[in-house]
Design a protein around this ligand. Structure first.
Ligand code: NAP
Length: 299
């Protein structure tokens, strides 16, 4: 099959594109520089130069493909709509990548007991209103003759397979632990994120391409941990004795920026993924704690 993938030089898109190319598909990947083009070509992906703002080029690439995987941005409405309009009436799948911070609440490092599955109504925080609205727009294309599907991963960990090797939260925490000589969470660190290994996430894209019905939405998770547990494990991995430190929200914002500190590092995002499992998804990669303590993050 001919597959067009945005984010082909990134962590999720690169991993999915590599996997699909290795499975024998012809994968064309959106890249925004000649250097990135060389990088993806070396991995067996045909580069397609452009950006998410090039609506006409995106539409052209989508029309030429049998399947579109959108993994560059959970938030770029113009790009998603340009590709979906191009696919309308074709019956072709459009697999979009969202992110489970759509259920996140700013809790300054405190625990929340609210857990979401795909049927739980979401009242998004102000920072995620537009993302939730975009998801609705994307799913509405089920009535326009194509097959929109959303995969909504939680915190992703593990080494990427393609050009983009690193995810977000865990590398940020490890980098900070090395800088300070001690791991540090924002606030008390009791806030919890569900998580999923990149090696497990990638096969969910394949399953979605093969089997997901039009308008389906899937969370992706296979466990959850508090940020304090993650930081304690980072200390063990780095051989640092003693407990991690608790940063004030002001310190955390100074390290990571206000939005990342509040919405990504000190929030809760607890989801369950029954629908993905009903689709036949069987995650089996090592847990986040194992991967930090004995796996790819260990030095
Ligand atoms: N990583 C996670 O834990 C996680 C979890 C859930 C959801 N998500 C969401 O999934 C999406 C992808 O995440 P990721 O971790 O794969 O990020 P990433 O590693 O930064 O990759 C993003 C990719 O998109 C490309 N891109 C970004 N803006 C673009 C633009 N304007 N035009 C063309 N290409 C553009 C980047 O190109 P360059 O290489 O040129 O920068 C890169 O290839 C994000 O929206 C993220 O919020 C991530």
């Amino acid at each position: 099959m001919k597959i067009f993938c945005t984010g082909a030089s990134g962590y999720i898109g690169g991993s999915v594109a590599m996997h699909l190319a290795a499975a024998g598909h012809h994968v064309t990947g959106l890249v925004r520089s000649a250097e990135k083009a060389d990088g993806v070509r070396a991995l067996g992906i045909d580069p397609w130069l452009g950006t998410l703002d090039d609506a006409e080029r995106l539409a052209q690439a989508a029309r030429a493909a049998d399947i579109v995987v959108n993994a560059a941005s959970a938030d770029h409405k113009g790009a998603a709509v340009a590709m979906l309009d191009a696919l309308a009436g074709s019956g072709k799948p459009f697999i979009h990548t969202s992110g489970s911070s759509i259920v996140g609440t700013r809790s300054r490092g405190e625990r929340s007991d609210v857990v979401f599955d795909e049927d739980t109504p979401i009242t998004p925080s102000p920072a995620r209103v537009a993302r939730v609205a975009l998801n609705e727009v994307i799913l509405s294309y089920r009535d326009k003759g194509c097959r929109p599907v959303i995969i909504c991963p939680s915190l992703i960990y593990g080494v990427g397979h393609g050009a983009g090797r690193d995810s977000v939260q865990v590398p940020l925490l490890i980098k900070l632990a090395k800088k300070r000589g001690n791991a540090a969470h924002a606030g008390p660190g009791e806030n919890i994120w569900s998580n999923v290994h990149i090696d497990d996430l990638v096969p969910l894209y394949t399953l979605a391409i093969d089997r997901a019905p039009a308008g389906a939405f899937y969370f992706a998770e296979n466990g959850e941990n508090s940020m304090r547990e993650v930081c304690e494990t980072i200390n063990r991995m780095l051989g640092i004795a003693g407990p991690p430190s608790a940063m004030s929200m002001e310190e955390a914002a100074a390290e990571w920026g206000e939005g990342t500190a509040e919405d990504t590092m000190a929030s809760n995002s607890r989801v369950r993924a029954p629908r993905a499992r009903q689709l036949g998804w069987k995650p089996k990669a090592p847990s986040l704690i194992e991967e930090i303590e004995r796996g790819c993050y260990r030095e």
